[in-house]
Design a protein around this ligand. Structure first.
Ligand SMILES: Cc1ncc(COP(=O)(O)O)c(C=O)c1O
Length: 360
C-alpha cells in the first residue's frame, strides 16, 4: 500500500466537511457508464452464492478470460484487483533492479521495494511525457536492469507507446533476459489492437497485467489478472497464492462482463467522444497545459502555484492532485473522463474559478 491514490472520496469528504454524495469524483478513472445492466441483474439474482465457496480453480472465469485474449487458461493468474497481482509478482520475481517510468502508477515501486529491489526511474517530463524507447534501452543497459515495468497507457499521463515500439522493447528484453511487465489496466479504453497479448506465446520474459475494475466499473468488487506463457512463473505464483481470493461476485462479474461486447463497444465510443469534448473545453483555459491522452483520463499542468484540487473541491468537484507522483516538479493534476453532464459541471466550475462567473 502506498501514499494517496485517486478515488479517496470518503477521506476528502471528511477533510472538507462535505457529504460524499455531493462530490463528483474525477479522481478515479472508472468507466463513466457505470455498472452494465446485465451485470447488475446477474449480481442481484445470485446473492445466494454467498452461501458457497467459490470454485477454487476458477475454471469458468479463466476460460472466459482466455477466450477474450485468444490464450489458454494456463496463461492466467487471477488477483483481487491488479494491485494484488503486482504484489504477488514482486514476491516471486525477487528482482534486483527494477526500472519504472516517472511518473507512473506507484504500486510497482512499493511492491518491489518491499522485496528489497532497487528502483531506477526513467523520467519522461522533458520529452512531453512520451517514452523514447531507444533512450530507454540505453538506460536499461547502463543500469543493469533485470525487470522493467511499463504501464501502457501510462497512469497518470494517458500517453501510450505504440505497438510496434512495444514489440521492439519486448524482443530486446527477451534477448537480454530481462522481465518486461506491461501493465495494461487501461488498455480496454484504447483498442485491443494495441495490446501486447499477441506477443506472449514463446516469450518467457513477457508478463502482462490487466484490471477489470476500471473498464467494468467494479473497483469495490475488484478483479485483475496476469498473463504469461512462462509455466515456471505460473507455478510459482499459484503455489504462493491465497485460496478463494476472488469472491463469488467478482468471479461472476468477470465471467459476465467479458462477454458483453455491446457494453465494451459503447464504452469505447462514449469515452472517446467525452475525452475530445473535455480536451477541447479545457484548452481554452490558457493556464492549463494538457498532455495528449489515449486513455479515459486527462493529465495537465496548471501554470500557477495555486492548489487547484482545493479550489475545485470547494465547488464539490474532486480531481486528482498528482504532486505525490515521482518525476513531477510542477503543479500537475489528472481528471477522469466522466458523463457529459458531469464533464460540463467541471468545465463550469473551471470557468467560475478562472473567470469568476459561469459562461454559457
Ligand atoms: C496502471 C494501474 N495498474 C493497476 C491498477 C490497480 O488496479 P485494480 O483496481 O485492478 O487493483 C491501477 C489503479 O489505479 C493502475 O492505475
Amino acid at each position: 500500500m502506498a501514499g494517496l491514490h485517486g478515488g479517496n472520496i470518503k477521506e476528502i469528504a471528511e477533510i472538507y466537511h462535505l457529504s460524499e454524495k455531493s462530490i463528483i469524483d474525477f479522481s478515479a478513472n472508472i468507466n463513466p457508464l457505470g455498472l452494465s445492466e446485465n451485470l447488475l441483474k446477474v449480481l442481484k439474482e445470485n446473492t445466494d452464492q454467498i452461501l458457497h465457496y467459490p470454485d477454487l480453480r476458477y475454471t469458468e472465469l479463466k476460460k472466459e478470460i482466455a477466450n477474450y485474449h485468444s490464450l489458454t487458461p494456463e496463461n492466467i493468474f487471477l488477483g483481487n484487483g491488479a494491485a494484488e497481482v503486482i504484489y504477488s509478482l514482486a514476491n516471486i520475481l525477487k528482482s534486483q533492479q527494477l526500472l519504472v517510468l516517472a511518473p507512473t502508477f506507484s504500486e510497482y515501486e512499493d511492491a518491489f521495494a518491499h522485496q528489497k529491489t532497487n528502483i531506477v526511474y526513467f523520467k519522461t517530463k522533458d520529452n512531453d511525457f512520451k517514452v523514447n524507447t531507444t533512450d530507454l534501452m540505453i538506460k536499461i543497459q547502463e543500469e543493469k536492469v533485470d525487470t522493467l515495468c511499463i504501464c501502457n497507457p501510462n497512469n497518470p499521463t494517458g500517453t501510450i507507446i505504440e505497438k510496434e515500439e512495444m514489440i521492439k522493447l519486448a524482443k530486446f528484453c527477451q534477448n537480454n533476459q530481462i522481465y518486461l511487465i506491461i501493465d495494461e489496466a487501461f488498455m480496454d479504453f484504447v483498442d485491443e489492437k494495441e495490446s501486447l497479448t499477441t506477443e506472449l506465446r514463446g516469450n518467457e520474459y513477457l508478463v502482462i497485467l490487466r484490471s477489470l475494475t476500471k473498464i467494468f466499473a467494479i473497483p469495490g468488487l475488484r478483479l485483475g489478472y496476469l498473463l504469461t506463457d512462462n509455466s515456471h512463473m505460473m507455478d510459482d505464483l499459484e503455489s504462493n497464492a491465497i485460496p478463494w481470493r476472488i469472491n463469488c461476485f467478482a468471479d461472476m462479474a468477470g465471467r459476465e462482463s467479458l462477454k458483453d461486447k455491446q457494453y465494451l463497444a459503447e464504452t469505447l465510443s462514449y469515452v472517446e467522444k467525452e475525452r475530445l469534448f473535455l480536451e477541447s473545453s479545457l484548452t481554452k483555459f490558457t493556464e492549463l497545459k494538457l498532455v495528449k491522452s489515449s486513455a479515459n483520463f486527462i493529465f495537465f499542468e496548471y501554470l500557477s502555484t495555486v492548489d487547484l484540487q482545493k479550489a475545485l473541491i470547494e465547488m464539490n468537484i474532486l480531481i486528482r492532485d498528482c504532486s505525490n507522483y515521482k518525476g513531477l516538479d510542477g503543479n500537475y493534476y489528472r481528471i477522469a473522463v466522466r458523463t457529459r453532464e458531469e464533464n460540463e459541471k467541471l468545465v463550469e466550475a473551471l470557468e467560475r474559478y478562472f473567470y469568476g462567473k459561469s459562461h454559457s
